[in-house]
Design a protein around this ligand. Structure first.
Ligand SMILES: [Zn+2]
Length: 414
């Protein structure tokens, strides 16, 4: 009997070791790979490598438009900061000629570090699409770097650790929202030690995540984590306790330029969520069937990832929804473009995505154990929002160009 127990325990021990070994290697050896196919690379000229360079390129394009077309307005809006006196959101408004029928609002950098790609897409649209024939009845409002602090200092969030895309609303009852699922995950999402990529917990993070997945479905977990929370200022997806200053300064400008148009299409540019190299059209849930059918029409021929379908999630305080609320009575179509980077629609991709965010937030608040950890965490974070792959970057511009040709055409026929 004793011998049998011993054998059983040994088998059990080996099994555990096997699982741990497999988990360790499978998780740490994983990489998202490269975008498939060959991609024409002329779009790479729209990318720069710092907030200040992106801003300078945007300003240059805006100045050129001002010299080409009547009544173009372009100016910076300062975002007050305790640490940096040179943070601005930059605006460029190109009015429609003739009757003001439809306005496209194209916003970037709500999540600071995602601004590199947002800026590149804006620059491409400014250079390639703003032509006299397009402007007949159609105006375009570019808002560059909504979160310049996060952009400049490689964070998703603002200087106050606030996720602007969970902070946007016209009603402050937003901040009373309670995300019960988040409380249960608090410990996993917000460790409070120095960030250390070599720690056992981080090396075996896949098991930590699996333990949560056993108790909840993947979609319930995704929803609880991503929805937004208003109780933990140091935590991930913190939507704030009050509105961030830039919302107060940008909202009146959106209203000022949008009020004369019958229809408003808002596209908020993001990276990091979804399939590697894929442009996801991602509206928040739409209740009004008229709005839903107009969104389908504008993006006809493209798959739309409605936020309430399998694999996606709904959020509170989203910026595109907020824009929709600024124009009651108008046909307003609030959407986001998400350029996927880490295959976050897969289990492995989503675990790596959230792990990257946890480590970055931990490092920011509590520091890092080693220079190696600092470098690795920062690199993984940047790669997740601004991939260095030239194929990825090229594909983003090529796909968006194609998408915008049909979007502008469909918008005109709406
Ligand atoms: Zn984003």
């Amino acid at each position: 009997m004793k011998k049998f127990l011993k054998i059983l325990l040994s088998i059990f021990g080996l099994l555990i070791l096997g699982i741990l070994g497999y988990t360790y290697f499978a998780y740490n050896a994983w990489s998202v790979g490269e975008v498939a196919g060959l991609h024409e690379r002329s779009g790479l000229k729209y990318y720069q490598d710092s907030y200040l360079e992106c801003r300078a390129a945007f300003r240059e394009k805006a100045a050129k438009l001002k010299s080409q077309f009547d009544s173009v307005e372009t100016f910076p809006v300062e975002v007050k900061s305790n640490t940096d006196k040179d943070l601005t959101i930059d605006v460029c408004y190109v009015p429609a000629t003739g009757k003001k029928t439809r306005l496209l609002i194209l916003t970037s950098g709500i999540h600071g570090i995602e601004g590199y790609v947002g800026s590149a897409v804006q620059q491409m649209v400014m250079e390639e699409f703003i032509k006299p024939e397009l402007l007949s009845g159609t105006g375009v409002l570019f808002v560059h770097a909504m979160n310049p602090y996060g952009f400049k200092y490689s964070r998703r969030v603002t200087e106050n650790n606030v996720d602007l895309n969970r902070n946007s609303d016209i009603d402050s009852s937003l901040f009373a929202n309670e995300n019960k699922g988040y409380h249960e995950l608090y410990g996993m999402l917000n460790p409070n030690d120095k960030a250390n990529t070599g720690s056992l917990r981080n090396q075996l993070f896949m098991l930590v995540a699996f333990e949560k997945m056993i108790s909840k479905s993947m979609s319930a977990l995704r929803q609880a984590i991503l929805q937004g929370q208003y109780q933990h200022p140091e935590g991930l997806y913190f939507g704030g306790k009050t509105f961030e200053p830039q919302l107060r300064s940008i909202a009146p400008l959106l209203v000022k330029y949008g009020k004369d148009y019958d229809k408003v299409l808002e596209i908020d540019l993001h990276t990091g969520y979804g399939e590697l190299g894929t442009l996801h059209v991602f509206p928040n849930p739409v209740k009004d069937p008229k709005v839903k059918s107009a969104i389908k029409q504008v993006f006809s021929g493209y798959k739309i990832d409605w936020a309430d379908t399998e694999g996606f999630y709904t959020i509170t305080g989203s910026f595109s929804d907020f824009v929709g609320k600024l124009f009651p009575g108008k046909l307003c179509l609030p959407t986001s473009f998400e350029y996927g980077t880490l295959n976050s629609q897969t289990t492995m991709g989503s675990i790596h995505s959230i792990h990257n965010m946890i480590l970055e937030n931990e490092g920011f608040h509590y520091g890092y154990t080693t220079n190696e950890s600092t470098a690795q965490i920062r690199e993984n974070f940047r790669e997740m929002y601004y991939p260095s792959s030239l194929s990825w970057r090229s594909k983003v511009i090529n796909d968006t160009r194609k998408m915008m040709i049909s979007t502008f055409k469909n918008l005109k026929e709406l």
